[in-house]
Design a protein around this ligand. Structure first.
Ligand SMILES: Nc1ncnc2c1ncn2[C@@H]1O[C@H](COP(=O)(O)OP(=O)(O)OP(=O)(O)O)[C@@H](O)[C@H]1O
Length: 271
């Protein structure tokens, strides 16, 4: 999807928050957006997610399955965590049994299965954030927009969200995120942008390039390379992937978790 010449102001006499913002979000790409406090990051993410419309400019090609984790998640809902997630799954077009299965799966992955039957209004801030993230991942979105989604999660859930992001991009989804921690997913994003004034400009990626890892893997018969991985198998079915070391565990899990799984032949840290 793409934004072209997007501007947003909250009222005709109010100042522009965004102006002339253009952004490309190709499939399988992870994009980080940075900016100062009140710089318009949430405004931009709401427009990308389709929760808000631009005052001027165009948004094109937004995929049908779009999911958004807002900075502040509404918790005062008269539903349990599981019934809320199941309801959302139904809204996304899933059958009831499948919606329950996926809701349970994501609650388990984020370590919140024990709260499946807790009313949303009684959830702790951290557990409510796990539900916020679960609702976004539930339907396998083709566009995932994360506004400070890691905030409030415990360390295990933060790792699980890192992995879920890698899985989504590997499945061909576009993922856009804002996070106050400059180390979040360090080395993983394909693009960094920074809001300066009302403009979106390319940002230098955080810090110098880190170590790289070369992974050689061979396809099982009938195996295809999961989408989003940076390589193409040769005629012998072997693929060589050079990735940031910070991303190598995720790439290995994606290769080993593919159906059929890939055979990892060598993993080598590059000088
Ligand atoms: N619904 C709204 N109505 C009026 N003004 C708004 C609205 N949402 C945001 N703003 C204003 O737009 C500007 C940008 O806000 P926004 O929340 O997008 O920035 P941000 O970079 O996400 O901020 P933070 O770092 O504090 O999360 C701010 O001046 C804010 O007050």
């Amino acid at each position: 999807m793409n934004l072209t010449g997007v501007g947003r102001r909250y009222g005709r006499r109010r100042p522009w928050v965004l102006r002339g913002v253009s952004l490309e979000l190709p499939p399988g790409v992870l994009v980080r957006v940075e900016g100062g406090n009140g710089g318009g990051k949430s405004t931009l993410l709401r427009i990308v997610a389709g929760i808000d419309a631009p005052t001027e400019g165009r948004v094109g090609g937004r995929p049908k399955r779009t999911a958004y984790v807002p900075e502040r998640f509404p918790v005062a809902l008269p539903l349990t965590a599981l019934s809320y997630l199941t309801h959302l799954g139904r809204v996304h077009g899933l059958g009831r049994a499948e919606a329950v299965r996926r809701a349970t799966h994501w609650l388990e992955r984020f370590g919140a299965a024990g709260h499946a039957r807790t009313p949303m209004a009684e959830l702790s801030k951290g557990t409510s954030q796990k539900v916020a993230v679960a609702q976004a991942l539930l339907a396998g979105p083709e566009l995932l927009v994360l506004d400070e989604a890691w905030t409030g999660l415990d360390a295990a859930a933060r790792r699980e969200l890192d992995l879920a992001v890698a899985e989504r991009t590997a499945a061909g989804a576009s993922v856009v995120f804002v996070d106050h921690d400059p180390a979040r997913l360090a080395g993983v994003p394909d693009a960094h942008h920074r809001l300066e004034g009302t403009s979106l400009v390319p940002a230098a990626s955080s810090g110098p390039a880190g170590p790289r890892v070369r992974i050689r893997a061979a396809a099982a018969p009938g195996g295809v390379l999961p989408p989003g991985l940076p390589g193409r198998p040769g005629p012998d079915g072997v693929v060589v992937l050079t990735v940031d070391a910070a991303r190598s565990d995720e790439v290995l899990r994606i290769l080993l978790g593919a159906r059929p799984p890939w055979h990892v032949r060598t993993v080598e840290e590059l000088p």
